[in-house]
Design a protein. Structure first.
Length: 308
């Protein structure tokens, strides 16, 4: 919020921390050979790095964080579309209905955000059209990242079927191999490091260490991101892709609610309606209702004898 363009230094810090941790504990300082051929990781990493960087730059293009979260929640649409095109998959009517709900939700939120950008009273008559064009470019960037992320998921699924699931190894290589790519972003990373040094001082509770508050925010972000991404990679080996998608999407929903309430981001009734479409469609796609029904029935049967 203080530095909207700081996405690259945040991503670089996350990648560096996870790569160092993986090099020590997973790769045994480079002595352990990967179970999946390294060339496959290079392909996956190219996709992963591109998605991360493009998503970061979208925030510089008049894309508000709530819209960013909602748009990325449309990964089910992209996954289904590419699954049909590449893997020749076919789905039930309920799946297509759920995807239609998700699409409608994202369209509603995107359309209302477009109206907000176009009618922003703080913009001059000259800046208004230019800001709207930058916003359109941001939407194009988010769409590209969404499709690239879905393609990466299909590629990853294919690799796991062929070589087995190695979550810790994939986590390490997905973060270690892209590190040289950040040299292209070095000026931007250095610029924001200087800005972080100039932020107000903050005393860390308990340990009493004093440091610029933006570095404290970055440290907390890196730690929580490590916990999050490691959990997701483990989840991919333990659960179906539908369950993983459900968990990640619900996590985005909680982040969205927190972003709206805590940071007081603009959110109209139409945005809430679009959000409801997105998450109801996601739940319908994962068929969570079919699992909850028998579970509730079993709980009810166990409870009734006690009550009688």
């Amino acid at each position: 919020r203080q530095f909207p363009g700081c996405g690259n230094i945040v991503t670089f810090s996350q990648f560096l921390f996870i790569a160092v941790e993986g090099f020590i504990f997973e790769a045994s300082f480079g002595r352990k050979r990967p179970a999946i051929p390294i060339r496959n990781y290079f392909i996956m990493v190219a996709m992963f790095f591109t998605v991360s960087v493009v998503n970061n730059y979208a925030l510089n293009l008049n894309i508000a964080m709530p819209l960013h979260m909602i748009f990325r929640s449309g990964s089910l649409i992209a996954s289904m579309a590419l699954g049909i095109i590449i893997l020749k998959k076919r789905y039930s009517v309920s799946k297509y209905t759920s995807i239609a709900l998700v699409s409608l939700g994202i369209f509603t939120c995107t359309f209302m955000s477009a109206k907000q950008v176009a009618s922003d009273s703080s913009l001059s008559q000259e800046d208004g059209p230019q800001a709207f064009l930058w916003w359109l470019l941001g939407i194009a960037a988010l769409t590209f990242a969404l499709l690239m992320s879905a393609r990466m998921g299909i590629f990853q699924e294919t690799l796991y079927q062929k070589f087995g699931k190695h979550s810790k190894e994939a986590l390490f290589y997905n973060h270690a191999l892209p590190l040289p790519g950040f040299l292209l972003l070095a000026p931007n990373i250095y610029q924001h490091a200087v800005l972080f040094n100039q932020s107000e001082l903050f005393q860390v509770p308990v340990i009493g260490l004093t440091l610029p508050i933006m570095w404290f925010y970055l440290l907390m972000n890196v730690i929580t991101q490590y916990v999050c991404i490691r959990g997701v990679f483990i989840l991919t080996t333990e659960c179906t892709s539908l369950t993983v998608t459900l968990v990640v999407t619900l996590r985005k929903f909680v982040s969205l609610i927190f972003s709206i309430l805590y940071f007081q981001n603009p959110f109209t009734g139409w945005h809430w309606l679009g959000t409801a479409f997105v998450f109801v469609g996601t739940l319908m796609y994962t068929e969570v209702w079919n699992s909850l029904g028998p579970l509730l029935a079993r709980c009810w049967r166990r409870r009734r004898p006690k009550e009688e």
